[in-house]
Design a protein around this ligand. Structure first.
Ligand SMILES: [Mg+2]
Length: 253
């Protein structure tokens, strides 16, 4: 196979790619269920997978959501900011969490959010996202609710702010940690990790790949530990296109 990374001139076969999803491979939409992966990005990821270059997605979404988004591909993936992970071997690993306590938190949050119709509570089972994209005036309310629950359940949850969202994620869930776990396993191990993300939750991933001698890319503006930058989702799409374009045509009809 021919092909080099357009940014670092590294042989593609020596790399392992990790991608955040929302805001990185897909434009952010008013509601998370409206998000889709552009066909050109799906095709590029499929090409990488076909030639044996490891690709995984690392997202705040649940694994089941990710599988739907990336159909027909089935990628190694980490969901809920790393609380659940499916390796290249198909095996599922989850953080050991108190499910019953999380269920009670979900019920309580549902009650608390019911007073604010503009606030969208996304219950992921292992995490809870308070979305205020459609009601920006509720940012302070969402922050207050999230901080209150973190104070009351400090052993269970931590606060993960994001774009128009305050998320309560399980303590111990980290995009950096799951990237390290992937990198200890085949086919990722021994390669140079590349991670692209756009939001605060991705900073742990940038730090992890920096420490592993890899390449970190932040999508869009803002302070970051990432060492390189891409402007937008469409810039990621172009970058991916440049990545897969040199691959031998006989491999990709
Ligand atoms: Mg994102």
């Amino acid at each position: 196979m021919n092909g080099q990374c357009p940014t670092c001139a590294q042989d593609l076969q020596g790399c392992a790619f990790f991608f955040d999803v929302d805001g990185t491979l897909a434009e952010i939409q008013p509601r998370p269920e409206l998000v889709f992966i552009p066909a050109a990005i799906l095709a590029a990821l499929g090409r990488l997978q076909t030639v044996g270059v490891p690709v995984a997605v690392i997202s705040g979404r649940r694994l089941a959501d990710l599988d739907q988004l990336f159909e027909p591909l089935r990628l190694p993936a980490a969901g809920v900011h790393g609380a659940e992970r499916r390796g290249a071997d198909g095996r599922l690993r989850q953080l050991n969490l108190d499910r019953e306590a999380l269920r009670r938190v979900g019920d309580e949050l549902f009650q608390a959010c019911a007073r604010y119709p503009g606030l969208h509570l996304e219950n992921k089972g292992l995490a809870f996202a308070l979305h205020f994209r459609l009601a920006p005036e509720l940012e302070a309310v969402a922050r207050g609710l999230a901080e209150d629950f973190i104070r009351r359940y400090p052993a269970l949850l931590t606060l993960q702010p994001g774009k128009c969202v305050f998320e309560l994620k399980p303590r111990g869930a980290s995009k950096g940690e799951v990237i390290r776990e992937f990198m200890r396993e085949p086919p990722f191990g021994g390669r140079v990790p590349v991670f692209i993300g756009d939001d605060l939750t991705d900073e742990a991933g940038f730090q992890a790949v920096n420490a592993l001698g890899g390449h970190s890319f932040k999508v869009g503006p803002g302070e970051t530990a990432a060492r390189q930058r891409l402007d937008s989702v469409s810039a990621v799409e172009k970058w991916l296109d440049a990545l897969v374009r040199p691959l031998k045509p006989e491999v990709y009809p």
